[in-house]
Ligand binder design. Structure first.
Ligand code: G4P
Length: 289
């Protein structure tokens, strides 16, 4: 799946979210742990305003664990509880309900004080395309859908999923857009495969990725492509790509390096985490450090 975006989506999704917010107690924002900045919607903060929120850093199996831990600390410092999850293997998913209960603890205490012991907890899940929203909902709900018919104010396209006794998830339809207008965001989404390759130049994309990796994960690149004897720091992305093609014996007739093939390999292997666990966007340094 990749991002399909039309201007009309933005307004529609915004309205759907605003409406659905009235039906839930909290929002679970799912992001890609490899690109915690680029995989967030630019106006979500404003949209959900004071609604309690948690962040789920998905695909943590492919992200740098040290960076994930730093991001979690960063969100926590902002008052947003976060956890790392992996919807491929279910890692971390047991922490979801406790996380929501933590962010709602004052409200839950208030409900209990009023004698509302059976009060349902309802959480809306939001995320840009390809972050793993469907995987998360499928994993948590084990395929079971809650009944939507008898609830007032719910449009048919809203889907409720019961994930535990007294706990429901709301999947709001519509495409939650990323920050498209930002060139770096677009690039990072393309690196991870959230944007289709047909709309970008593969060699250019792979060269750009190699430049980012050269600056932050040079050892991972060197190890993967057996470039131990080469000083990457002075090379441009395209030159690294040529080295990779050369080392892999990717040649076209006449002995020229097949950089097109090398670029496909680099992108595929990055997306499959073959170079190791990599986070492209580093967490801000903790305050005072
Ligand atoms: P969406 O609803 O937010 O658009 O995302 P979706 O769940 O469809 O997931 C997008 C892709 O990301 C899927 O791969 C899915 O398997 C993969 N994915 C989701 N969560 C994780 C995770 O925690 N770790 C890893 N490694 N991958 C994850 P796909 O290639 O589109 O499909 P498939 O490989 O599952 O067939």
């Amino acid at each position: 799946q990749s991002i399909q975006w039309f201007p009309g989506h933005m307004t529609r999704t915004k309205r759907q979210i605003e409406k659905s917010l009235k039906l839930v107690d909290a929002v679970a924002e799912i992001i890609d742990a490899r690109i915690p900045v680029s995989s967030r919607n630019p106006v979500l903060d404003k949209l959900i305003q004071s609604k309690p929120r948690v962040i789920l850093m998905n695909k943590c199996d492919m992200a740098d664990p040290a960076q994930t831990a730093r991001w979690i600390a960063y969100y926590k410092a902002q008052g947003i509880p976060a956890i790392a999850i992996d919807c491929k293997t279910n890692k971390g998913l047991n922490g979801f309900i406790p996380l929501v209960k933590e962010v709602l603890k004052d409200r839950i205490a208030a409900w209990q004080a009023k004698g509302m012991v059976c009060r349902q907890i309802r959480v809306m899940v939001v995320g840009i395309p390809n972050v793993g929203k469907s995987s998360l909902i499928n994993r948590l709900s084990k395929g079971g859908k809650a009944n939507v018919e008898d609830r007032p104010g719910v449009t048919r396209s809203n889907q409720w999923f019961s994930i535990a006794k007294g706990f429901e998830l709301l999947d709001t339809p519509g495409v939650l857009w990323p920050k498209f207008e930002d060139k770096e965001v677009g690039e990072h989404l393309a690196f991870t495969g959230a944007v289709k390759d047909e709309v970008v130049d593969t060699e250019h994309l792979a060269s750009r990725l190699l430049e980012v990796l050269r600056d932050r994960y040079a050892d991972a690149v060197k190890q993967r492509y057996k470039l131990g004897d080469i000083d990457l720091s002075e090379l441009k992305g395209y030159e690294i790509l040529e080295w990779i093609g050369k080392k892999r014996g990717m040649l076209i007739s006449g002995g020229e390096i097949d950089t097109e093939r090398a670029s496909i390999a680099v992108l595929d292997e990055f997306r499959g985490a073959k170079m190791g666990r990599i986070t492209l966007e580093a967490a801000p340094a903790p305050a005072g450090k």
